[in-house]
Write a protein that binds this ligand. Sequence first.
Ligand code: SF4
Ligand code: SF4
Length: 340
Amino acid sequence: MKKLSFAKLNEFFAAIAAKEALYLPVNNNVGKAEFKQWSEGVELSHALNTVRSAKDFFFPQTENLMKFKMEGKSIEVSDDRAECEDFVVFGVRACDAASFKILDSVYLVDPIDTYYKNRREHGTIITLACGKPAETCFCGTFGIDAADPAGDVTAWETPGAYMLRANTEKGEALLALVADLLEEGCEKAVAEAQAKTREILSKLPLAGLSTEGVGVGMTKELFDRPEWKTLSESCLGCGTCTFVCPTCQCYDVRDFDTGNGIKRFRCWDSCMYSDFTLMAHGNSRNSQVERFRQRFMHKLVYYPDRNNGTFGCVGCGRCLARCPISMNIVKVMKTLGGKN
Ligand code: SF4
Ligand code: SF4
């Protein structure tokens, strides 16, 4: 365990940024936190979480995949992606850190998504334990401990200093890089910070949210439940819930004619959109109720079915805070049988 006094935080950021790009939560001009690259003068946000999750670092909203040119019957394909440079992300919360495992289970299995893999290998994650979890948080429902997040390094905010614990070789290398700024850490201060966080967590409105009624083997039980209609009837199909979600992983691939060859790019897509799954024969989910059901069945039943019971939600609460009609996964869980 190491200690970084608050007075040395700027030097800590500067030392890392001198070696590789450093990103951290920063308040934007409307006071909402978003990840930005650090440079001198950039200040760490004290918001609990960023509006968009940290998945953007590994699975960006848009990216070019390749270019190709066609002349007659010949085609020239160029994969001109550069090897990703090393980077560090500071201030990732426990929920977002848990979401990386879910994304890994999709993108790092055969066939491996090499674009994603490249970024995962080059990124070092410093998580920050939550000091004041919000009323919309329910990571504990999925066994995530906001007081002890994963990551290459875990940081705890304690009076006057951050305590830092390296969890991986990458994390150890990072702390070695800034060793001059660190002192011996204090386990007791961490235990006290954790106890405070867990006390708050135990009193949150969603503290007792249960996964009863959803999960492995529940497809037949839940698929035709009449409640889907009432739950989904106000859904605007705006896709906001999918775009702020750290575990949503769907994308579309398109070709764009630049006038000097074709660029193939991919961008996030949403199962809430009417043209999602659109194929030559038409669409396999023609109504919003079918699309809505797909989103929640995927996170609460299909994903756990294929992943030893792990749910496809990390309880970050973003969809609770952002949906314009106040619909969210918690309402779905409660309606389908979970108790709070
Ligand atoms: S954010 Fe709300 S309204 Fe928009 S697609 Fe999701 S559930 Fe529907
Ligand atoms: S479904 Fe909602 S609460 Fe769950 S991970 Fe996605 S945005 Fe967060």
